[in-house]
Design a protein around this ligand. Sequence first.
Ligand code: NAG
Ligand code: NAG
Length: 483
Amino acid sequence: MRTDTSLAILASLSGAAAFWRMECRGRVALARLDPLIDPGVPAKHAHAVHGSSGFSASSTYEDLVNADCTSCAVAEDKSVYWAPVVYFKHENGTYQEVLQDGGMLAYYFLNKLGNTKDGIKAFPNDFRMVAGDTNRRNYSVGGSDVKMPDPPKSNWRSMGQTSQADLAQRAIGFNCLNYATDPEPSLYRHYLPEKQFLDDKCKDGVRFELSFPACWNGKDKSSPDHKSHVAYPDQVLNGNCPDGFDVALPGLFFETIWRTQDFVGIPGEFVISNGDVGGFGYHGDFISGWKQEFLQEAVNTCTYSSGRIQDCPIFTILDDNKQRECQIKTPPMIASEKLAGLIGDILPGGVKISYGPEPANHGNPLPNPLPAISSIIDNILPGGVFQEKPTSSSETPTSTSTSQKIKTTPKPSDPPIPKGYELIRTDYVTKGNVVKKIVVIETVTTVMVDTATVTATATRGADKARREVHLHQHQHRHHHGSH
Ligand SMILES: *[C@@H]1O[C@H](CO)[C@@H](O)[C@H](O)[C@H]1NC(C)=O
Ligand SMILES: *[C@@H]1O[C@H](CO)[C@@H](O)[C@H](O)[C@H]1NC(C)=O
């Protein structure tokens, strides 16, 4: 734990001449949803979502802008901001939600960046981006020790520490909160400290920090990996933009606070919902739900150093209660999933902890079996459906436990299993005298993405696990009595 104030000043957010701090007192959802990475299906892991109530598994810009509320403080901001949540794994294996303190803050830094032209440009409508890499499980900047403070920013370039992969790792921070002592600078520590350190030092919890890239290629609203259209300036929040990214955007910076102090003295470990205990895979997502012209006016005129949104005369400020009341409509496909409180011995989505240093196996080896299948059935057959164990009738192949991966040879009448897919399980649903057979098959595609050399086409489908459900209908009669 450091007390060296000269270092603290070096690493602080100096040079942040103008900014505002978007307050999001409420959380529109705690849900396994991610319209960028897993559009249309349950996301691989749980997220805390702030902003527009139009957020869904497949939200469009229109959905966000036309939604009737936002959990953030400015009515004109219908953006969505989301990031993984934190669980505590008790010694007995049970996971418990770690509470989030005070919603989220999304800073908009209006920093002048070198090697850019034409001032700071507002996000275009529907602008999308991701910061961080959910699969990363190590710190690899210049062979440096993650526990050592960063060298001065002005040295990063000469030390060869300004690759985009390096800057992305320095764009993550875990701030040990103890309001009785001097605050740590932002982005000071790039790993989540171990439990004992948190217990001893961080009596007001931990603030997770994430800086988004503010250099833009000036044309794309997104890119296949939601990253390649933007880049970090060479000091993360400040400095010079790389060639090809010569348009400066507002520097977006997320802060969320987690009540790790509620677990002082309790044995166990903190786990981020993507199965990461070290914090290297922390990440966040953003879709702009501003109207571009309005945001441009705010960027041009609300250039105070106070950071207060209340000082910006064009913003309509919503009171805290309004922000807290705003909620999404939870889609049926994840409605039965328990994400709050004590949630049992499996992380949402069946995520397994991966300790690294090698990358996580895309963070989600198996779907969370029961909620996933029951919700799929809900979706396919709304109303009045019940699940029935198959009988030993000769027409129904033997069923096995749904919580295990099973290999069965499909009957000839089953749809063929496409190459590269694996049969996961077979389920039956009975309605009237029709038995529906559901064959769940799965393929897992893992594509390693090197953020320094990535090209747009090479990353389509990156970080994606696809699950397909084939519905196959058998019509056969139940035998009632004898002929
Ligand atoms: C595990 O321990 C926690 C904390 O003591 C407790 O709340 C939870 O019920 C336990 N779970 C099981 C399955 O015993
Ligand atoms: C560290 O993480 C990177 C990015 O996930 C990965 O490419 C590299 O192989 C990891 N290093 C080790 C030693 O596993």
